[in-house]
Ligand binder design. Structure first.
Ligand code: BTN
Length: 259
């Protein structure tokens, strides 16, 4: 498959943002964009700095899992210094920005599995990892890491084939990673600047959640909960109704849909 060039000049050229993606650090090959982003954030890199890799050799997933990130996928991390009040909205913002960018560039419709996996026809096309340095109400930094399966033949990756998909597999043709990244940077900034009106981001995110109303199983640490995903709270947590009528509020966890 033809590879598009992701080096920084191609990304920043006439990019219509004020600060998100105006500084790009690009690597053809890297362990994880999260590692470089963390170092940069600790040195107070300018807000909106984006770390992008053509290929990651040790991509990090949620809950200490690894993330497969070969050539043809998008791996990017963005550094932010938000107000503590906006922290719960960043998960929503990141998944919405991915959904909107996929739709704009490819026309494909995607949905969000709580809290922030992006799915097409029930299969995962994008994973999001948020790492932060927060002490009390002081936010040192937040890093939003986004991995999207763009031009991957999932049949070449049997380990994730049953649960994953890629944009090219869905479309039956290659997709410009550059177009997706540039659109994503614009969407992230648009939603980030709209955060003072956080209500609307919450509603947009809730309306895209495929999880609500479904029977689910949620793993949180060593505990497994089962029930109906009834609703989400404004802080992003999931409200799970059990068969005995009781309700559990889940702040973080891994959801599987049972039906
Ligand atoms: C998940 O669903 O488990 C989250 C996956 C997040 C992957 C992205 S790819 C860019 C950034 N760098 C990483 O090492 N991980 C995130």
């Amino acid at each position: 498959m033809a590879e598009d060039d992701l080096s920084s000049a191609f990304i920043t050229n006439n990019l219509e943002t004020r600060f998100i993606g105006q500084r790009v650090i690009y690597y053809p090959r890297l362990t994880s964009t999260m590692e470089v982003a963390k170092r940069e954030a600790q040195q107070r890199a300018v807000e909106g700095t984006a770390i992008i890799a053509d290929e990651q050799t040790a991509g990090k997933g949620r809950i200490k899992r690894t993330w497969l990130s070969p050539k043809g996928s998008i791996a990017l991390s963005i550094i932010l210094y938000p107000d503590a009040a906006y922290l719960p909205y960043l998960i929503m913002l990141a998944s919405l920005a991915v959904v909107y960018s996929i739709e704009t560039i490819t026309g494909l419709k995607s949905q969000i599995k709580w809290p922030n996996d992006v799915l097409i026809k029930g299969r995962k096309v994008c994973g999001i990892l948020i790492e932060s340095d927060v002490r009390g109400s002081i936010v040192g930094y937040v890093i939003i890491g986004i991995g999207i399966n763009v031009n991957l033949r999932l049949s070449h990756f049997p380990e994730i084939l049953p649960i994953a998909t890629s944009l090219s597999d869905e479309l039956g043709g290659t997709v410009s990673r550059l177009d997706i990244i540039r659109c994503l940077l614009v969407e992230i900034e648009r939603l980030y600047l709209a955060l003072p009106a956080g209500e609307s981001i919450y509603e947009q995110w809730r309306d895209r959640l495929v999880t609500l109303g479904k029977r689910v199983q949620v793993k949180q640490g060593g505990t497994v909960y089962q029930g109906i995903a009834e609703s989400v709270a404004k802080d992003g947590s999931l409200l799970l109704r059990h068969s005995d009528g009781s309700l559990t509020k889940i702040v973080a966890g891994d959801v599987s849909l049972s039906d």
